[in-house]
Design a binder for this molecule. Structure first.
Ligand SMILES: [Zn+2]
Length: 292
């Protein structure tokens, strides 16, 4: 069962999240039939998305993370809500590339150079959009940089996916540690020293550590207080209605062309493996509802 832990430390000078997301990432792998490096890239962003979703307050708030790189993966999209329901996809799920010099899945090489968009839709007129350049394409580094530069919140983001020999997900999870504006220099220095010596999140998870124990390892000496835990899951909320809306939005001209073809069409959801059949008569109904 995947879940996220929310915590504070150093008398609330530090706030922290840790997650185990193995089932979420494995389900994403199954839906998209992703290669190992694509699974790792998507899994890291899903894990970060789940934790960043859990940072949002409003029930209807929606977070979208977009990684747009010039590497063979093409791009990654993840959305999450404040209940840590998360879903996502990569543009080119079949990408295979050589391991990096450390013998690890080369997520940075698969992503390439580009940008990271963070979009928070909180039901206001305009969504909040933050953007930064990708630093390494390894996802964790890029989000660390994003928080520091775009949101002015010094943070440390560690996310990881470990694959089994059979190319299923063996471990997945991560942490986000953030400093509040009033954090003392003494705490900052000690935390930096601590983070520089800790093992990778997948090493900790594979050693049997829970998210609580990972936070204890990272922040135990700072007076860690676990606030709560919440479940997280891969959840797609697609529906026939949403697919119809999407079809209506493509416009009268394209709908008319589909009708002229005289064949029912199949529309697949980008986020899960559901397929929706739309008959010619139904297309005619959508055409009548289309306004452009
Ligand atoms: Zn779906």
């Amino acid at each position: 069962m995947d879940y996220i832990v929310r915590a504070t430390a150093a008398d609330s000078q530090i706030r922290a999240f840790a997650a185990t997301t193995k089932e979420t990432v494995e389900l994403a792998r199954q839906y998209h039939n992703t290669s190992p490096v694509a699974t790792a890239a998507l899994g890291r962003l899903l894990t970060a998305g789940a934790m960043m979703g859990a940072m949002m307050k409003g029930e209807k708030d929606l977070l979208t993370l977009q990684v747009k790189g010039n590497g063979p993966l093409g791009g990654i999209t993840v959305t999450a809500d404040s209940a840590a329901n998360v879903k996502g996809y990569v543009n080119n799920p079949e990408v295979l590339i050589h391991a990096n010099e450390k013998g690890k899945l080369d997520v940075g090489g698969a992503v390439g150079a580009g940008i990271l968009n963070v979009i928070r839709d909180m039901g206001l007129k305009e969504p909040y959009v933050g953007q930064c350049e990708l630093q390494t394409g390894e996802i964790g580094d890029d989000l660390t940089y994003y928080f520091a530069t775009s949101e002015q919140v010094p943070s440390s983001v560690g996310v990881g996916v470990l694959m089994d020999k059979g190319n299923t997900v063996r471990q997945a999870g991560g942490f986000i540690i953030q400093l509040m504006p009033f954090t003392s220099d003494e705490v900052i220095d000690r935390l930096e020293a601590k983070l520089s010596e800790v093992k990778s999140v997948t090493t900790m998870l594979d050693g049997g550590m829970t998210p609580e124990q990972i936070l204890e390892e990272l922040l135990g000496e700072f007076g860690l207080e676990i606030n709560d835990t919440l479940p997280t899951q891969y959840h797609c909320n697609c529906s026939r209605e949403r697919i119809e809306k999407a079809l209506i939005s493509i416009g009268k001209k394209d709908l008319q062309e589909m009708i002229n073809d005289g064949e029912p069409i199949e529309v697949g959801c980008q986020f899960c493996d559901k397929k929706y059949q739309v008959t010619v008569d139904e297309l005619k109904g959508l055409l009548a509802r289309s306004s452009r």
